[in-house]
Design a protein around this ligand. Structure first.
Ligand code: HPA
Length: 269
């Protein structure tokens, strides 16, 4: 794993990718955040050695390097999900690569189902914490000490400072914001009504199929994380409705302009 990461890092550095301060993972329907980036280099995943290739419709895979304001950023347009069949190691590989390109801060975005009755479809939720219910772990197995420690501290998975900063920005922009706990399930099925109820009972506000593996690995390597989720459907008792990937994409698409603007201001400041 170490050697593969270094090989990929070398390839990307030779292409001209140097020291991005921010890594950004663009989730479902949020790919247009990319419009906020002054793009310098764009590389399809298929051309990057050791990179998995995303297969889900709406998750086109390319790595984007550029600037937002004065900050250098590297963005993944299209991420890898465990449910696609990738191993955990493959799922988180790009985050390992980001670290050795110089990334110190990771911004992850996703779409999720809200189980908090105060939530509405289209709400933007800042992720304050997570619960890992994916039946696997990206750090299972022999630890690579060069990446980080065997036992990783997770007392602040999502930076309190960054959450406070984003709240300030949203306030200034008059954008209402929710905060909450994100629970990751394996998928690819959406939840049954009983499963949504379980998600709520164990203390989460929203449920999705991503993000947690990437954040775990980022924390393993000492990267500061920030997560933002668009509530695309509700799994609230009494109003659990049919949900489809298309609908999730559609709602995420509606919110992506505002999420893009928030993240742009956030990185600039
Ligand atoms: N469940 C799981 N993943 C999701 C959902 C959901 O309701 N909405 C968007 N991603």
């Amino acid at each position: 794993m170490w050697n593969r990461v270094q090989e990929t890092v070398k390839f990307l550095q030779d292409k001209g990718i140097t020291k991005p301060a921010y890594g950004i993972i663009l989730g479902t329907g949020l790919g247009n955040l990319v419009e906020k980036i002054e793009i310098e280099i764009k590389i399809p995943y298929a051309e990057i050695p050791n990179f998995p290739i995303s297969t889900v419709a709406g998750h086109s895979g390319e790595l984007i390097f550029g600037t937002i304001g004065t900050k250098k950023v590297i963005a993944m347009r299209g991420r890898f999900h465990y449910y696609e069949g990738w191993t955990m190691e493959e799922t988180v590989f790009p985050v390992r690569v980001m670290k050795y390109l110089g990334v110190e801060n990771l911004i992850v975005s996703n779409a999720s189902g809200g189980v908090n009755p105060a939530f509405k479809v289209g709400d933007i939720m800042l992720i304050t914490d997570h619960i890992n219910f994916i039946p696997d772990h990206p750090l299972r197995g022999k630890n690579e000490d060069r990446f980080g420690p065997r036992f990783v501290d997770m007392h602040e998975p999502y930076s309190h400072k960054m959450i406070a900063k984003m709240e300030q920005i949203a306030d200034k922009m008059n954008v209402p914001i929710q905060k909450g706990i994100y629970l990751a399930l394996q998928g690819p099925t959406f939840e049954t009504p009983a499963e949504y109820r379980m998600v709520k009972l164990v203390g989460a506000d929203a449920v999705g199929m991503s993000t947690v593996p990437e954040v775990i690995v980022a924390k393993h390597m000492g990267i500061t994380c920030f997560g933002i989720s668009v509530i695309t459907d509700l799994g609230v008792e009494g109003i659990v409705e049919e949900v489809s990937h298309e609908e999730v994409q559609e709602v995420a698409k509606k919110s992506e302009k505002i999420v893009g603007k928030l993240v742009e201001e956030f990185v600039k400041s």
